[in-house]
Design a binder for this molecule. Structure first.
Ligand SMILES: [Zn+2]
Length: 265
């Protein structure tokens, strides 16, 4: 199969599997690199059923204990949707962040405009992520007015995947996005609007929670307090049960921030 399988959230660190031709490409909420490239052995997929993986490093096959709750084989469907709904002509567009000119197509994904240079797989994947943004809390979505995909790298910083400025999220280097990356970038904008800085300030509840010795939620989260926050928010959206389990104090602060607009965090 090609598509996305979602398992029920029992607090484990594997919930969403992106699969191409029965091979795992990505596992969220923890990016389990060891599983990338492993083969899915299922003959059939159905809600309530299990997902069986060929573990190359063990001599048995593993059927995961958390049942499948959603099966989405939609990438070809989404591609058809994209071709049908995208603007007929590309429009001239200058990226406000880099100043680089583009001829961009646009498609309206349930109210969220997606700008893209070419109707390719990255554009279809982005459209798919934006068509399911109801998974993302409104507090984050309010930070976002649109998403733009560009083929070139961010000038002088090819490692930058994406950033967000004045409500426009730009994704560089032809990268593929998912709801996790959208949530991560929107979390930076949320922090800016809440605290005037992408990093939760000293004295904030979030900084206090992050200073208690709870583990950071990913390797990248260890690079700064701002990334710690954005990564924890990503996990709050993609695997809330897992975040609650490994970092309950961060979970509590983020949950309040996402549900109570009056909370200062
Ligand atoms: Zn970031």
């Amino acid at each position: 199969m090609t598509g996305t399988i979602t398992l029920s959230d029992g607090g484990q660190n594997y919930i969403e599997f992106d699969i191409i031709d029965n091979v795992i490409q990505n596992v969220q909420p923890a990016w389990l690199q060891g599983w990338v490239g492993a083969k899915i052995l299922n003959k059939a997929f159905f809600p309530g059923g299990g997902l069986t993986i060929d573990l190359q490093w063990k001599d048995y096959d593993l059927t995961l204990q958390y049942p499948i709750i959603a099966i989405d084989e939609g990438i070809t469907e989404i591609m058809a949707w994209l071709l049908e709904n995208m603007s007929a002509e590309p429009e001239f567009y200058t990226n406000p962040r880099t100043g680089i000119d583009h001829m961009s197509y646009v498609v309206d994904c349930n109210g969220m405009p997606l700008y893209f240079d070419e109707a390719n797989e990255a554009a279809a994947a982005a459209a798919k992520a934006l068509l399911s943004i109801d998974k993302i809390p409104l507090a984050l979505l309010n930070q976002l007015d649109g998403v733009q995909l560009v083929d070139e790298d961010f000038p002088d910083k090819p490692y930058v995947m994406a950033n967000i400025q004045e409500g426009l999220m730009t994704v560089y280097g032809g990268r593929t996005i998912d709801t996790g990356l959208v949530s991560h970038e929107a979390a930076h904008a949320f922090a800016e609007s809440k605290w005037g800085s992408a990093a939760p300030p000293r004295g904030s509840d979030y900084a206090a929670a992050a200073n208690t010795g709870e583990p950071v939620v990913s390797e990248y989260a260890a690079t700064s307090v701002g990334e710690d926050f954005a990564e924890a928010v990503r996990m709050y959206v993609t695997g809330p049960g897992y975040l609650k389990k490994i970092a309950p104090l961060r979970y509590d602060v983020i949950h309040r921030l996402m549900t109570d607009p009056g909370y200062s965090g």
